[in-house]
Design a protein around this ligand. Structure first.
Ligand SMILES: Nc1ncnc2c1ncn2[C@@H]1O[C@H](COP(=O)(O)OP(=O)(O)O)[C@@H](O)[C@H]1O
Ligand SMILES: [Mg+2]
Length: 256
């Protein structure tokens, strides 16, 4: 079993107006085999948490720690983090002109494993995963994310997840912009990866609907850069009914 441990994490981002604190002490322990949902209103710092785990240079850690089986993740470069078994499916996947899906996947797999995958099993694995995600085989020869629809980009993120087999995956709003059918297909892909490799999943979402297909063991509500409440799946059901209103500061009516 592996453990990803986030302790009292403080993160700032540099903007034109200066340095802004975004995460104000986030603590969370994720074990392989577990699925944790991070929920919260827009702007609460969910993507900031995802990017900080992945090592995006825009975000500065000003306090706290992230460790993977006791190893200091914050001291690792982005590619060291990937080789250590951390994976991020981005909320807004980027286009990579000039790089085909096939080349991208194979290069990533080779970099992470430290050796090229055997051609026969690799080609079979790619085909099978693409089929499972109902991706047209033609995608293999297209440039990464270029001209992909929102749903196709999200499927491509999950294709990477299935093939790269990380120990921990952070899925940042993988459900956003998906219709019900695509949501099911993407969720099934995540569940297949969970069954096959026993990875730990940090499922970031604003809405509860993906949690009908991917059952979380724990739910954390992130508000203003802090975990405001934690619970089991029943907490997600409550958020479905009530929304995030009770966590947000009441708006003061200037005329009152
Ligand atoms: N790169 C950035 N530059 C400027 N502001 C940022 C940046 N990233 C995040 N923020 C700000 O930090 C807050 C949290 O953003 P984010 O982590 O994207 O929230 P969420 O994913 O929960 O919607 C927002 O107010 C956002 O404007
Ligand atoms: Mg976000």
């Amino acid at each position: 079993m592996s453990v990803l441990e986030i302790r009292d994490l403080h993160v700032t981002v540099d903007t034109e107006e200066g340095t802004t604190p975004i995460l104000n002490g986030v603590t969370l322990t994720l074990r392989t085999g577990e699925t944790h949902a991070i929920m919260g209103p827009n702007g609460s710092g969910k993507s900031t948490l995802a990017y900080t785990i992945a090592g995006h240079p825009k975000y500065t850690v000003t306090g706290g720690s992230i460790t993977l089986d006791g190893e200091d993740v914050l001291a690792m470069t982005v590619d060291e983090r990937a080789r250590a078994g951390l994976f991020l499916a981005m909320q807004y996947p980027v286009e990579i002109p000039g790089v085909t899906v096939t080349n991208f996947l194979r290069t990533a797999k080779t970099a992470i494993d430290g050796e090229a995958p055997s051609i026969r099993t690799w080609t079979k694995d790619v085909k099978q995963s693409m089929k499972g995600l109902r991706m047209d085989p033609k995608f293999a020869s297209r440039n990464v994310n270029e001209g992909f629809s929102g749903g196709e980009k999200k499927r491509h993120e999950i294709l990477q997840l299935e093939l790269l087999k990380p120990r921990f995956a952070v899925l940042d709003e993988t459900d956003s912009g998906l219709d019900v059918d695509a949501l099911k297909i993407v969720s099934e892909g995540v569940n297949r990866a969970k069954e096959e490799t026993g990875l730990g999943v940090l499922l970031i979402t604003h809405y509860t609907r993906i949690l009908k297909y991917i059952t979380p063991d724990h739910v954390h509500v992130l508000v203003a850069g802090r975990v405001a409440e934690q619970g089991g799946p029943e907490l997600a059901a409550r958020l479905e009914d009530e929304g995030y209103d009770r966590f947000l500061e009441p708006v003061v009516d200037a005329d009152a």
